[in-house]
Ligand binder design. Structure first.
Ligand code: AMP
Length: 280
């Protein structure tokens, strides 16, 4: 596996791959890799000649400086895991590779997609995400790029980004990978205390209960149900939303043929966890 630390070596590699007609699959990550990331890598390995993974903690998508400071970094382990699973290359960009003109993000609008949920509670987050992903797409020029449904809103925004700018890249969604007890895998999970980790499967359990509850209740009632449920836990609910899968607008009532998804963000003290569930 090639370990790339500067943009020049990535340029050289991409030119070589393009010359020889090799297809490139791209998996962008922020590192502290776990099985969730690996499911993206495995899918890319199946569908492309060459799989490149990036590891970059993108400062501009953090609206909370403490969260950025405490984001786990496990570079040696990341390299080992990627080697073991057969990735072809990993790229650790320098900040200047991605932000040659200073550490600011461009402003993006996606028909209001960026204003809901994560956008509402993390101002500027999706400007940072769209900026870094667009930059990576320019550098890596992949045929396929892999994004987890764990960050469903991010996935929708990247799909719109590609559409808006006519980028010849296929965005491949990958299902959420969970721990055996149901907790959605996340790099932030290592920051949970033992007792928080023990309690954390409740997030997925409440999502599943909400899905059942919604069958015989209104959306408003289901949201109330979830709010009440979280009062019995030590987690603080930031939002629970039931939204249309496509435009991510909050659903007011159940409509026939509409694809709905439940979205949740909770705090375990200062550790923020998100999850979502298909309601159809
Ligand atoms: P991150 O390192 O958290 O920025 O995630 C990098 C990519 O991995 C994103 O596309 C995430 O949606 C995806 N990802 C993270 N956790 C999971 C998971 N538990 N299941 C599936 N994909 C995931």
């Amino acid at each position: 596996m090639e370990v790339l630390n500067n943009i020049k070596s990535v340029h050289n590699l991409i030119v070589k791959l393009k010359k020889t007609g090799k297809t490139i699959g791209f998996v962008p990550t922020m590192g502290a890799l776990h099985q969730g990331h690996i499911s993206l890598v495995e899918q890319s390995l199946k569908e492309n000649d060459f799989t490149l993974v990036s590891v970059f903690i993108n400062p501009t998508q953090f609206n909370n400086s403490e969260d950025l400071k405490k984001y786990p970094i496990t570079i040696d382990n990341d390299i080992e895991i990627l080697k073991k699973h057969g990735a072809d290359a990993v790229y650790f960009p320098k900040v200047e590779d991605i932000y040659p003109n200073g550490l600011t993000s461009e402003h993006y609008e996606f028909f209001g997609l960026e204003m809901q949920m994560e956008g509402k509670f993390r101002p500027g987050h999706f400007d940072g995400v769209a900026t870094v992903i667009r930059r990576f797409f320019e550098i890596v020029q992949p045929l396929n790029a892999y994004f987890g449904e764990k960050d469903f809103q991010q996935l929708r925004i990247v799909q719109e980004l590609v559409k808006n700018f006519h980028l010849p890249i296929q965005i491949v969604p990958v299902a959420i990978k969970r721990e055996e007890d149901g907790l959605a895998m996340s790099s932030r999970n290592v920051r949970l205390t033992e007792s928080q980790r023990k309690e954390s499967p409740i997030i997925y359990q409440i999502l599943l209960q909400a899905k059942e509850y919604l069958k015989n209740h209104s959306i408003e009632e289901t949201k109330k149900f979830v709010e009440e449920k979280f009062k019995e836990t030590s987690f603080k609910l930031e939002y629970f939303e039931i939204a249309d899968e496509k435009n991510l607008l909050p659903a007011k009532e159940k409509l026939k043929d509409q694809k709905l998804r439940a979205f949740i963000a909770v705090f375990a003290d200062e550790v923020r966890l998100i999850d979502n569930l298909d309601l159809n």
